[in-house]
Every structure is written in C-alpha cells, then in structure tokens.
Design a protein around this ligand. Structure first.
Ligand SMILES: CC(C)(COP(=O)(O)OP(=O)(O)OC[C@H]1O[C@@H](n2cnc3c(N)ncnc32)[C@H](O)[C@@H]1OP(=O)(O)O)[C@@H](O)C(=O)NCCC(=O)NCCS
Length: 144
C-alpha cells in the first residue's frame, strides 16, 4: 500500500494514534511522557500523519513561531519503518503546510542524532548545542 501523508485533527482517533507513536518514539525511551497541558497547547497546530493503509507510521507537527516562521516539532517515525523515506515525505509535507500558512522559513530543535537527516534536506544548524528532554539538541532552520 502506498504511503499517504495527510492532516490529522487534534482530538481525533488518528491524533490518539499519533500521541501513542510520539510517546513510544520520543518520550518513553527517555522515561518521560506528555502532560495534558502540553497536548492542550498544540490544539491549534497543524498535525500530519504518514499512513500505510490505516496504520499510522509517522507523524510531525507545524506550529506558528513568528510572522514568517513556522516551528517543526515532534517528528517521529515508527522504529521498524525508519530509513525508508517516510521522514523525508513528512518533512516535505510539513514544508508545504508551512508555505500554505504563508510562512517562508522553518525552525526546529534537532536531536544531534537527527542533524544529518535535516542537513540532507537543506536545514542549517545555528548556535550552540543545548539540552532538551535530557538529550543534546541544536537549532536548525531552512528558508522555504
Ligand atoms: C529522524 C527520523 C524522523 C527520520 O525519519 P526516517 O523515516 O527514518 O527518515 P528517512 O527514511 O527519510 O531518512 C533517514 C535515512 O534513511 C536513508 N533513506 C531514506 N530513504 C531510504 C531508502 N529508500 N532506502 C534506504 N535508505 C533510505 C536516508 O539517506 C536517511 O539518511 P540520513 O539520516 O543520513 O539523512 C526517524 O529516524 C525517527 O523518528 N527517529 C527517532 C526520533 C527522532 O530522532 N526524531 C527527530 C527528533 S528532532
């Protein structure tokens, strides 16, 4: 079944699946979880899901940052599906969503383990390494 990336509505069953995937990939391995306040705060963001049939295999979200910039957050691909181009498709769809929202720039905080992935897609690192959710991160940005 071909992969399809589409928006998912905050609060929907697909959103619940996205939270489960994000928790499994981005939080549980660090001994962390989302708070209800964190999830409520992303209600107005643009959530995208990569679907293999009905199965959610990846997700990302785009949030407003400033007049010209969108912030890309919570990029996660199922452990067993990584390295097949799903992240690249999600990134491309997120950039389309940012453009559609009138933005000309994307910013993100990359885990150092994902820095090469973003560089390959035109993102440039900026500034010093900092810790977030116990891991070293670096700010990256791309002009759309
Ligand atoms: C980082 C992440 C989102 C990338 O998603 P992905 O689906 O694995 O990404 P892709 O498959 O598009 O690309 C990953 C690598 O696979 C390679 N690749 C892509 N398509 C491929 C294919 N068809 N066959 C073989 N390799 C392929 C790419 O060269 C890429 O290498 P790079 O990382 O050096 O750029 C994913 O690995 C992930 O969820 N990691 C854990 C959580 C995380 O780090 N999230 C980001 C936080 S900032």
């Amino acid at each position: 079944m071909p992969l399809r990336v589409r928006p998912i509505a905050h609060g929907s069953a697909d959103y619940a699946a996205a939270i489960n995937l994000r928790r499994a990939i981005l939080r549980t391995p660090l001994g962390l979880d989302f708070t209800s306040a964190q999830l409520a705060a992303e209600a107005d963001d643009t959530h995208l899901g990569a679907f293999d049939g009905d199965d959610l295999v990846g997700t990302v979200l785009i949030a407003p940052y400033d007049d010209v910039t969108a912030k890309l957050r919570q990029m996660a691909v199922d452990d067993e599906q990584q390295g097949k181009g799903i992240g690249a498709q999600l990134l491309s769809a997120a950039e389309d969503a940012a453009r559609a929202a009138g933005k000309t720039r994307i910013t993100l905080a990359a885990r150092l383990t994902a820095q090469a992935f973003y560089e390959r897609h035109g993102y440039a690192a900026e500034g010093n390494v900092f810790d977030e959710v116990t891991l070293p991160h670096i700010s990256m940005h791309k002009s759309l």
